[in-house]
Write a protein that binds this ligand. Structure first.
Ligand code: RB5
Length: 144
């Protein structure tokens, strides 16, 4: 499993904990930036991760910004991306089980490090359940 990770400046510090957690748990990953706390625009980084996952270069993505909202909105503009804002570990589980989400979006300003780590744990521990969820996920298509 290859993971693409990025943030904006607001998520830069929390991204360090994410990278450390991924390393500790034996995941293969690429840090797609940013590489300093200098102010950047979250859509640029969300798109990088989204395009890399959609192209099949990576299996899943992890994105962080202040709220997690901006990166989730932006990543979801990439065709084939189902980016889920995981406000807590339960959201992370359900995003995989029910939505087959392929990018997890985390809040650096409103989730503490423990919540982020538990969310990552749940995300990687959960699988898509298919069944009735398959039909629903297939219906998620750009419509206009
Ligand atoms: C940056 O200040 C902040 O707007 C951004 O990190 C994010 O929360 C946007 O959704």
């Amino acid at each position: 499993m290859k993971i693409a990770v990025a943030s904006d400046h607001a998520g830069f510090e929390a991204k360090k904990s994410v990278l450390a957690w991924l390393e500790q748990h034996g995941h293969e990953f690429t840090d797609m930036g940013p590489y300093s706390e200098e102010s950047v625009d979250y859509p640029d980084y969300a798109r990088k991760v989204g395009e890399a996952v959609a192209a099949g270069q990576y299996d899943q993505g992890v994105l962080l910004c202040g709220t997690g909202i901006g990166v989730s909105i932006a990543a979801n503009k990439v065709h084939g991306i189902r980016a889920a804002l995981a406000c807590n570990p339960e959201f992370a589980t359900l995003a995989r089980q029910h939505n087959n989400a392929n990018v997890i979006c985390l809040s650096a300003r409103f989730a503490d490090t423990e919540t982020i780590k538990k969310s990552l744990h749940n995300w990687f521990a959960a699988d898509f359940e298919g069944g009735r969820h398959e039909r629903r996920v297939e219906k998620i298509e750009p419509c206009c």
